[in-house]
Design a protein around this ligand. Structure first.
Ligand code: 9PG
Length: 445
């Protein structure tokens, strides 16, 4: 749809503030002085992987994907611009200065304009309440407590590492419900039922974890396909296509370009069902589905559905395949995910460093995860349980006191991701107390 100017707002430029909401979990979100500029990707690859592939993010001013708010800074009401139908269409909403004291708002889709109260957080919460009512969303199910393998072991995790932490959880008597195996167990992205050499049998491991009295969780990137996978070799017709007919570029990570699975292809959907129902049959009942922005990338698909409809169809198939299992989204287009998830990652990754290494606020760091996590606090208890990302409190984590305070403030999903044996007395106590508390139902009222 063509770009249309829908508003020109008078602002007090020195005190006005603008809230912009990023496309997916890792895309920066926050409130900034109006004379500033929103965060930008460092490089084109980052743009696809962590921002919105189809939107040009260069240029002055701000760009909210489906949601942007303006506090005019003169005591006047906050103005909220929001997608009319955020699960179906997410317009880019651009705010730029068009005069010394005027802010212009340009959109490329259907947007509603609301004036609501005097603070941005309250206005966003009121908008979210309306969405909850319009979609008749049930209250989110309470989240289990989790131990996750990613933030200590990364892709090199082994079956022995998982087992060491199951035993440590027992020895330390930690209130961990779910042991969640992250990236690293699989043979390749796409080949989810074949294992890397570091794992012997997921089914047997799941059985042992359950016998030890814990539930089992798994990480899957269901819409990503490694060009070197069996899946890509056997079923090139299941991949989303680019303009030249070759598989569409869905990002670059782990040293390779990535493709996307076409969830409008019935056989690809059946494959997803097979993967998730097989895992559920092994007793896995907690699923972190990641890099799922790839299910919504633009490109040629078998069916004629829009990318967002294709995305929702894929997630719905996963949901159906896992029965009552708990579903956590990550790397997920946020607004199109409303109504589909139990919990949602609302920030870029945390990490042992305080600042993102190259200044890109979509990248792992305590600060970037905190800023974006806080900017999406209003979603908690409304759309789902917010996941601020895992608690990491081993001694080498920079400003671990601040990170633990942020995770606590969020009051959402509580997941520990240190090697439990590497915690010092403070880290262990903080982990125990955060995992042990019952989070409040809502962060913002
Ligand atoms: C597993 C990880 C963990 C983590 C997820 C996600 O921009 N990037 O290159 C980028 C890479 C990895 C990433 C996020 C961004 O992390 O958030 O919890 O599951 O995948 O690979």
């Amino acid at each position: 749809m063509a770009v249309t100017r829908i508003a020109e707002i008078e602002i007090a430029p020195d005190t006005a503030r603008i809230y912009e909401h990023g496309w997916q979990s890792w895309s920066p979100s926050g409130t900034y002085p109006a004379l500033d500029r929103g965060p930008h990707p460092v490089g084109e690859r980052r743009h696809v992987l962590c921002y919105r592939p189809e939107s040009v993010s260069d240029g002055p001013g701000f760009r909210g994907e489906g949601l942007l708010a303006v506090d005019p800074g003169d005591g006047g009401a906050v103005q909220v611009f929001a997608a009319v139908s955020p699960v179906e269409q997410v317009p880019s909403i651009r705010a730029t200065l068009s005069g010394p004291t005027t802010l212009a708002v340009d959109v490329d889709g259907d947007v509603e304009w609301r004036r609501d109260g005097e603070d941005i957080v309250g206005a966003l919460a009121a908008w979210a309440d309306d969405i909850v009512a319009r979609h008749s969303l049930p209250a989110p199910r309470p989240a289990p407590t989790v131990w996750c393998s990613w933030y200590h072991y990364f892709t090199q995790v082994t079956e022995d590492d998982i087992w060491e932490n199951v035993e440590m959880a027992e020895r330390l008597d930690l209130p961990i419900d779910v042991i969640q195996i992250d990236d690293g167990y699989q043979a390749a992205l796409g080949d989810w039922l074949s294992l890397s050499g570091r794992f012997a049998s997921l089914e047997a491991l799941a059985g042992r974890i359950r016998e030890a009295g814990r539930r089992v969780g798994i990480w899957v990137a269901p819409f990503l396909v490694d060009p070197a996978s069996r899946l890509a070799a056997d079923h090139p017709e299941w991949l989303v296509r680019g303009v030249d007919g070759a598989p569409a570029f869905a990002g670059h990570n782990w040293g390779t370009d990535l493709y996307a699975l076409d969830t409008t292809h019935p056989a690809a959907l059946a494959y997803l069902h097979d993967v998730f129902s097989t895992m559920a049959g092994w007793g896995i009942d907690y699923f972190k589905i990641d890099f799922i922005y790839a299910g919504a990338i633009p490109g040629g698909r078998y069916g004629s559905e829009s990318p967002l409809a294709a995305y929702r169809r894929g997630v719905e198939m996963i949901r159906t395949s896992i029965g009552d299992g708990y579903l956590l989204g990550c790397g997920a287009p946020i607004l199109p995910s409303i109504g589909l998830f139990d919990a949602m990652r609302v920030s870029p990754d945390t990490g042992p460093e305080y600042l993102p290494s190259d200044g890109d606020f979509s990248q792992p760091s305590i600060l970037a995860a905190t800023v974006t996590g806080e900017a999406r606090a209003f979603q908690h208890g409304r759309f789902w349980v917010n996941d601020p990302d895992c608690l990491i409190v081993r001694p080498e984590v920079e400003r671990r006191v601040e990170w633990a305070a942020h995770v606590e403030r969020c009051g959402g999903l509580m997941a520990s991701s240190d090697r439990l044996a590497s915690l010092d007395a403070w880290g262990l106590e903080r982990t125990r107390s955060l995992l042990g508390r019952t989070p409040p139902a809502r962060f913002v009222s």
